[in-house]
Design a protein around this ligand. Structure first.
Ligand SMILES: [Zn+2]
Length: 341
C-alpha cells in the first residue's frame, strides 16, 4: 500500500504545478520541519514503533525541501517576524528534538554538506548523559520485559509494583501509560527488572555531550531547550511551567554563551495558557517558542508551529504530500490557526 502511495506521490510531485499548488492550498509557504532520529540502526530509546529515518532518506528529504523552499535558521525566522510581522515566505527550517547523539554523528554532516542550517533542541537533564528522558526509559523497560531471560517472571515482578495500575490491562500497557508526574514508577520498575539505566547511559552515551553541542555550534547550528526533563508542560502548575521553559533556556544560554534563546515544547504546547507563553517570551531569555501543531499559524507571532517530518510513513515525496494533506484538512476543520484561552 505504501509502495503504491509512494509511486503516486512521486508522479504527482514530478508535475511542476502540483507542489506549488498544494503548498498554497495548505498554507505551507513557510515550513518548519521536526525530526528526532536519523540513523541506519534502530535506537533502543525509541522502541520499535517510532519511525526512524535512514541517512539516505534524510538526504532525500533535504533535497526535496531545497527544491521547493529556501533553507533558513531560526534566527532568520525571528528577524522576519520582527521586520515584517510574517514568517518568511518559501522558507524552511529543520529542527531536531530530544538531543540524540546521532544528531551530531549522522544528521549534522548531511546538513552541512547540503548547506542547510538546523536547530537542535535538547533537555538540560540529558546533557552529557546525566539522565534519561522518562519516555525513553519506557522503551528500555519494555525491551527488558520482552527480551529478558524469564519474561513471565519479569511481568509478575512488575504486576505487583504499587501504583503501576496494571490491573486494567497488560503490564506493557501500564508501563506505556505512565505519565510525567508518575515517572518515579519507571525507576522502580527498572530496579525490579535489574535494568541499570545509569550504566546504560554511561556505556552507550545516547544523548549529546557538551563537547558535541559545542561542535554543532562551531559548525553553525543553533541550540535550543526542549525543557529540563521532557515534562508535559501543560500538566505542571504555572510556576513550574515558567521554570521548565525559562530556566532550561537560561541554563543553555549561560553554559554555551548563546546570544539567543529558543524553546521547543516537549510533546506539544497544547493546554499551556496564553499568559504563560507570553510571560516566557517577555522574560528576555526566550526569543522564540515552538509547538508541534502541524504548521498551523499561531496568534502569538513568536510561537512557531512545526510539522513532524518523521512521524508520517512513506518515502520522501509521500510524507511531505501527507503533511500538506493534513494541513489542508486542519484548515477546513478550523484548526489552521492556534487561538488560546
Ligand atoms: Zn521531545
Amino acid at each position: 500500500m505504501l509502495l503504491i502511495q509512494d509511486a503516486v506521490s512521486k508522479v504527482l510531485s514530478g508535475m511542476p504545478f502540483v507542489v506549488p499548488w498544494l503548498r498554497r492550498w495548505a498554507g505551507a509557504e513557510f515550513l518548519c520541519v521536526n525530526y528526532h532520529l536519523v540513523s541506519d540502526r534502530p535506537n533502543p530509546l525509541l522502541g520499535d514503533g517510532f519511525p526512524r529515518l535512514t541517512v539516505k532518506a534524510f538526504e532525500r528529504d533535504l533535497d526535496w525541501l531545497l527544491k521547493h523552499y529556501r533553507p533558513l535558521s531560526l534566527r532568520d525566522v525571528i528577524r522576519s517576524i520582527d521586520n515584517t510581522g510574517q514568517l518568511p515566505a518559501r522558507g524552511f527550517v529543520v529542527t531536531f528534538d530530544d538531543g540524540h547523539a546521532e544528531c551530531h554523528d549522522l544528521a549534522a554532516p548531511v546538513l552541512s554538506r547540503k548547506g542547510v542550517p538546523a536547530a537542535f533542541f535538547l533537555c538540560t537533564a540529558t546533557l552529557d548523559n546525566r539522565e534519561m528522558i522518562y519516555e525513553h526509559k519506557k522503551n528500555i523497560i519494555l525491551a527488558a520485559l520482552k527480551d529478558g531471560p524469564d519474561p513471565q517472571a519479569a511481568r509478575q515482578a512488575l504486576a505487583s509494583l504499587p501504583g503501576l495500575g496494571s490491573a486494567a490491562g497488560s503490564v506493557e500497557e501500564a508501563i506505556r501509560a505512565v505519565d510525567y508526574p508518575q515517572r518515579h514508577l519507571l525507576d522502580a520498575a527498572a530496579q525490579r527488572l535489574q535494568v541499570d539505566m545509569a550504566g546504560y547511559l554511561k556505556a552507550q552515551r545516547p544523548y549529546l555531550s557538551e563537547g558535541q553541542v559545542r561542535a554543532l555550534m562551531k559548525a553553525g547550528f543553533e541550540i535550543g531547550s526542549h525543557g529540563i526533563d521532557h515534562a508535559w508542560i501543560a500538566v505542571l502548575d504555572p510556576a513550574e511551567q515558567i521554570r521548565h521553559i525559562v530556566d532550561s533556556t537560561r541554563h543553555l544560554r549561560e553554559l554555551f554563551e548563546l546570544d539567543y534563546g529558543l524553546f521547543a515544547f516537549p510533546f506539544s504546547e497544547e493546554g499551556v495558557p496564553d499568559r504563560i507563553i507570553r510571560a516566557a517570551l517577555d522574560s528576555g531569555l526566550v526569543d522564540l517558542v515552538m509547538g508541534t501543531r502541524n504548521g498551523a499559524r499561531d496568534e502569538i507571532p513568536r510561537c512557531v508551529q512545526r510539522t513532524g517530518a518523521d512521524i508520517k510513513r512513506g518515502a520522501t515525496p509521500t510524507r511531505f504530500l501527507k503533511i500538506y494533506h493534513d494541513m489542508i484538512l486542519d484548515r477546513r476543520r478550523g484548526r489552521g490557526v492556534v487561538v488560546r484561552a
